[in-house]
Design a protein around this ligand. Structure first.
Ligand SMILES: [Mn+2]
Length: 357
């Protein structure tokens, strides 16, 4: 019944909406691009982030006879009405919706998407990264898609076993931070990278023998970024604040601009980075970064703490190994540390007890 009310015209184009923040979002979009090519569909792409949903999904309302595939984005519940309105309009104009993700979804958000017309598909599985889900659902037998999924998994689960995957993470950061400074459109800036990934996989951008990018200017920018990043992380470490709470070492740092929380977390988990002024610091059980806007990042050095449970005490959430929360705008870093320590000392939910392991 519902189907008949929808304009019956063949799908002729594909719109990929994916996350602009990391390799998982990019590779998901690249897999969707390969799928579009295999089906002979005209391809458009919109890379976005939480906070950008209203803009992205309002523009979706102009679409006709388009397959809309959303990847690596959970539902931003505060934008749910705008998302549903945009998608409903598009569907009434002959579009179909496929949403593939691995984040936390509220029951209400799931119901809203599944109650759309024209047989929406929603697959959410937190066990995989989004590119893996996209690969399995759209192009399970395509080898390049399989590689793109593996590369994304390496970065999303922070395994760091594939050199090109780590380098690609830095490319996303270089381009992201670059467009923030120049106010250039991020989707347009990332498009050439995604296009090459869609054509040839990682080899489209990365020379694995020489361990460098084909694009020599990009390669230079990545090198420079890595050097600067390391300097900034070392400086941030010098200003750290440590406290032992429930027999767990908690370390709080101010997050430098132009560095991702994941990079900071990885840096802090390696004792080789922790020699400060001739002192060798211990790897912390829980590391918390405070951004200048008051956002908190949670990473752990050992499986002795639960980042998601710690983040929950600060209006946030995430995974046991990585999570985010909120403190609020601040001026006095020392006061922030004390506040965080007091809050953490009031709960043991974030501590994994040794005897329970
Ligand atoms: Mn992801």
């Amino acid at each position: 019944m519902a189907e008949k009310s929808v304009t019956k015209k063949k799908i002729g184009s594909l719109l990929s909406i994916s996350h602009d923040k990391d390799v998982d979002g990019l590779n998901s979009a690249a897999i969707v691009w390969r799928y579009a090519k295999s089906k002979g569909l005209h391809f458009d792409m919109d890379l976005t982030d939480y906070g950008g949903f209203v803009r992205t999904f309002s523009s979706v309302a102009t679409r006709r006879n388009t397959l809309i595939i959303v990847t690596d984005l959970g539902m931003d519940d505060s934008a749910l009405d705008a998302v549903v309105a945009g998608l409903s309009r598009a569907i009434s104009q002959g579009c179909r919706v496929v949403w593939l993700d691995h984040h936390q979804w509220s029951d209400r958000a799931v119901r809203s998407i599944l109650s759309l017309e024209n047989k929406p598909v929603l697959k959410v599985n937190p066990e995989y990264c989004a590119a893996e889900i996209t690969h399995k659902v759209l192009m399970p037998r395509d080898e390049i898609c399989a590689e793109l999924a593996t590369v994304a998994h390496d970065t999303d689960f922070n395994l760091r076993q594939i050199d090109g995957a780590g380098a690609l993470t830095d490319v996303v950061s270089v381009i992201r931070f670059g467009t923030i400074a120049s106010k250039e459109d991020l989707t347009a800036a990332l498009r050439p990278i995604v296009e090459k990934l869609a054509e040839k996989g990682l080899a489209g951008v990365w020379n694995d023998q020489a361990k460098r990018f084909h694009d020599s200017l990009l390669d230079k920018r990545v090198h420079h970024y890595r050097k600067e990043k390391l300097k900034k992380m070392r400086k941030a470490l010098i200003g750290h604040c440590d406290q032992e709470i429930h027999e767990r070492l908690v370390r709080v740092l101010e997050m430098p601009s132009g560095v991702t929380t994941t990079d900071m977390g990885t840096f802090l988990a390696d004792s080789e980075n922790l020699a400060v002024d001739g002192n060798q610091l211990k790897v912390a059980d829980l590391a918390i970064t405070v951004s200048s806007g008051g956002m908190l990042g949670f990473r752990r050095g050992y499986e002795t703490t639960l980042c998601n449970m710690a983040a929950k005490l600060f209006n946030g959430g995430g995974h046991p190994y990585a999570a985010g929360g909120e403190y609020g705008v601040y001026t006095d870093f020392q006061a922030v540390c004390d506040d965080i320590f007091v809050t953490l000392s009031k709960s043991k939910d974030w501590v994994i007890e040794a005897d329970s392991a």
